[in-house]
Design a protein around this ligand. Structure first.
Ligand SMILES: [Zn+2]
Ligand SMILES: [Zn+2]
Length: 351
C-alpha cells in the first residue's frame, strides 16, 4: 500500500509500505477518512520532521495521520468480539500506552505512567494510508448516524475541543471567548454554540471569522483590527468579561488576552501546543480568582461521548472539512493547509 510521510522541511513523500497484518490483540482498519490536524503542520514544517520535536521515533519513515476512521477488516488472536469484529465502523484513539496503569485503564493512554509508547501518525504508522494496524483496545465505535469524515474530525480536532469545553465546565448561560478559529477553535465554536453558550470568536483571518459565524459564533473580533482586545470582550459582556475562554491559537499574546478577558472567578483553558506565555500572577490570576487549565486531547470515553452528543443533536461536524483529497494529492493538500487561511482537509485513502 501507499502511505503519506511528512518528512519535514515542508516535504511530503508517498512511499510503499507492506500491507499490515494484525498481531495478537490487534486489528487492521481500512481507513475511510483520515483528517488533517493542525499539529500535523508541526511535523510538516519541522527541520527533520517529527523526530526533531522530541518524539521517540521508530526506525524508518512513519505514515502520518492521527485522525483515523474506518472499518475493521482483520482481527488478530485474542480480541473479544465485543471489542472488535469484521465490518465494525470505528474511530481510533491515536495513542498506545501500557494498557493497565490507572490512566490507560480509564482511557487516557496518552498519560500512561510509563510514558506514551506510540503516537499513531507521529511515532507509529497512522491513517494516511489504505490500511492501519492498531491495538483493538484503541478503537471507539462510530455511531451509525455519523459519517467517516465526522468520526475522523472527532478523533483529534473536534474531540480536543469537546474535552476542553468539559474541563471548563461550560454551561448554556456562559459566554466563552475562543481565540483562534483553526480546526480546533472552530470545532469549539460549533460545540459550545450547540451546548447553548454565547460564543465570541477571535481570529486574524477574515475568512476564518466568517466561518466562525456560520458555525454559531454570536460575535467576532479580529485582534489585528482591534486596539484593545480584552476591553472589546468586556464591552461585549456588560463590562464583566467572559465567563470562560479557550486558546487554540498558541500565540503568546492571545494566551495572555485569554486569561485577562475572563471575569473574576472565570476560567481560561489552553489547548494550543508549543510556544510560551507571560502572565502577571497577581493581577492576571490570583487577585481575580482565575482558574487556568491545560487540556491535552481526550480519553476513549470522552471520544465516544463526543460522538454520541454529535449524533444525538444532529451537529454537522463534517462541515469543518472544506477540502477532500485522494492519497496521491497529499502534497497539494498540505501545501494549502500550511497557508492556515483555509478550513480543514480530509484524506480518503480507500477512494
Ligand atoms: Zn491532532
Ligand atoms: Zn499505562
Amino acid at each position: 500500500m501507499k502511505g503519506v510521510v511528512l518528512a519535514g522541511d515542508r516535504k511530503v513523500e508517498i512511499l510503499d509500505f507492506p500491507d499490515p497484518a494484525p498481531g495478537p490483540g490487534e486489528v487492521v482498519l481500512e481507513i475511510r477518512a483520515s483528517g488533517m490536524c493542525g499539529s500535523d503542520l508541526k511535523f510538516y514544517r519541522a527541520a527533520g520532521g517529527a523526530a526533531s520535536l522530541g518524539f521517540k521515533m521508530s526506525d524508518g519513515p512513519v505514515i502520518a495521520g492521527h485522525e483515523p476512521c474506518g472499518v475493521v477488516v482483520a482481527v488478530g488472536a485474542g480480541v473479544p468480539e465485543r471489542e472488535a469484529r469484521i465490518g465494525m465502523r470505528v474511530m481510533q484513539h491515536h495513542y498506545r500506552g501500557c494498557g493497565v496503569c490507572p490512566h490507560c485503564a480509564t482511557g487516557w493512554m496518552q498519560l500512561c505512567v510509563e510514558g506514551v509508547a506510540e503516537v499513531y501518525g507521529a511515532t507509529a504508522h497512522g491513517a494516511h494510508a489504505r490500511y492501519m494496524k492498531c491495538p483493538a483496545r484503541t478503537l471507539v465505535p462510530l455511531p451509525d448516524e455519523l459519517s467517516f469524515e465526522t468520526g475522523a474530525a472527532i478523533s483529534c480536532g473536534t474531540g480536543t475541543a469537546w474535552a476542553a469545553l468539559h474541563r471548563l465546565g461550560l454551561q448554556g448561560d456562559h459566554t466563552i471567548a475562543i481565540f483562534g478559529q483553526g480546526p480546533v477553535g472552530l470545532a469549539a465554536t460549533q460545540l459550545a454554540s450547540a451546548m447553548g453558550a454565547r460564543v465570541i470568536a477571535l481570529d486574524v483571518s477574515s475568512e476564518r471569522l466568517a466561518r466562525a459565524r456560520e458555525f454559531g459564533a454570536d460575535a467576532t473580533i479580529d485582534p489585528k483590527a482591534t486596539e484593545n482586545v480584552v476591553q472589546a470582550i468586556r464591552d461585549a459582556t456588560r463590562g464583566l468579561g467572559a465567563h470562560l475562554s479557550l486558546d487554540a491559537s498558541s500565540s503568546p499574546l492571545a494566551r495572555a488576552q485569554a486569561v485577562r478577558c475572563v471575569r473574576t472567578w472565570g476560567k481560561a483553558c489552553f489547548v494550543g501546543e508549543g510556544d510560551t506565555v507571560t502572565l502577571e500572577v497577581s493581577t492576571d490570576l490570583l487577585r481575580r480568582q482565575v482558574t487556568l487549565i491545560g487540556s491535552w486531547t481526550f480519553s476513549t470515553i470522552g471520544q465516544g461521548e463526543c460522538a454520541r452528543f454529535v449524533a444525538d443533536r444532529g451537529i454537522a461536524v463534517d462541515r469543518i472539512f472544506t477540502h477532500r483529497w485522494r492519497l496521491d494529492e497529499a502534497e497539494e493538500a498540505y501545501r494549502l493547509f500550511d497557508s492556515q487561511t483555509t478550513g480543514k482537509g480530509v484524506i480518503t485513502p480507500s477512494a
